[in-house]
Design a protein around this ligand. Sequence first.
Ligand code: AMP
Length: 428
Amino acid sequence: MPEFRTSPGFRDLLHPASSRQRAFVDAFASIVEAAGFELVVPPLLEDVGVFRRLGEATDVVTKEMYDFVDKGDRHVVLRPEQTAGVCRAFVEHRPAVPWKAWCFGPNFRYERPQRGRYRQFEQVDVEVLGTDDPQADVEVIALGWRFFAALGLSQVRLLVNSLGTSDERLAHMESLRTYFEGRAGELSEQSRATLARNPLRVLDSKRAEDEAVIAAAPPVSESLGDESSAHFAAVLAGLDALGIPYDVDDRLVRGLDYYVRTTFEYAGGTLESAQNALGGGGRYDGLVEDLGGPSTPGIGLALGVDRTLLACDDEGVFPAPIRAADVFVVDVTGGTNATSLTDELRQLGYRAERAYDGRSMRSQMKAADRSGAELAVIYAPDELADGSVVVRRLRDDGEQFTVPIDGLATTLAEHLDSLISNTGPKTR
Ligand code: AMP
């Protein structure tokens, strides 16, 4: 038993899981950068006040924050999500609007760890600040949808809803309060406690005993004014125009309090219901102002990397990239030949690997096979005396030939280019 292990809900990712996570972020980057989003890298640590608007009654704020007082007496928190930090950065730097930003990285919530739920988890995220055009909502929702398709996922459901303006949301909350108070006796004990803090959050309950009461609760659509209804209709029409299927779910409130008007969620078809949200988002038109900035509408989306990858496992898509070398340099003559040749090949842009510790020819050839390389370059005493090396193809026919050491890296590069173009592109 090692003395130190990761804390519950925290994980080490080694290859191939680590490479897969990186490929995931790269795939997301290429989709959102093609749509004009710029990368923003906010710090992991923020003033605790930045997250106040997630909701004084949300578990994220009341129970799950990794907050502490630092050595300078600042009350800080490891970010539980990314939107509020991006909005804080917007207020601090005031980039031109519309500001289309994307980010990725870890978030921290003190949750009960289980499959698809960790205390440190990764999200990728996009935010559009400075426009309340419903087409921006459509663009953001569509980006997530297209990204899931690009991963190869086919069992994702898109749920959409509108919560109305903050006044309408408040009105809805009051009608929910009246309704739930009337049926409080039928609710679970936990939901009764939630009701006292925020009746909207009762809708988040996944407990079986609450199901019937929630199903009959007044829908938010009853509280929407004309403008909110028109905005929502434009969002739905935009999704129709793109051929993106969705279900309107008027119980969808999402777990954070800053959402107004459009909210949406992507539900994975293969995961258990408590952990089936692959991601989601919505409008947060008042958030920038709450953080001390000018009134600025915003809409964003956050996708959980870990959970989406679990859905990929279930559907058998988006495997970890294969990490294969191009060349493996075998040297049984000692000295620095392998060091020099791998260095030269790497400078030419190839993946070159080698063995260490002066191992036997047999053991180095085994390592060469394991590396997945196309070619092995073998420094053997006889050929070396003639100023040449043996080059062996490690796949297909295992063909072998001698090549002069003079100009070796260039000769190898030519061979590799023709091999790579014959076998098709490899993840480089
Ligand atoms: P939220 O920021 O709560 O809207 O969550 C957005 C997405 O992040 C969720 O749909 C999940 O995929 C992911 N997520 C949230 N909390 C966790 C967690 N504790 N562990 C793993 N993924 C999470």
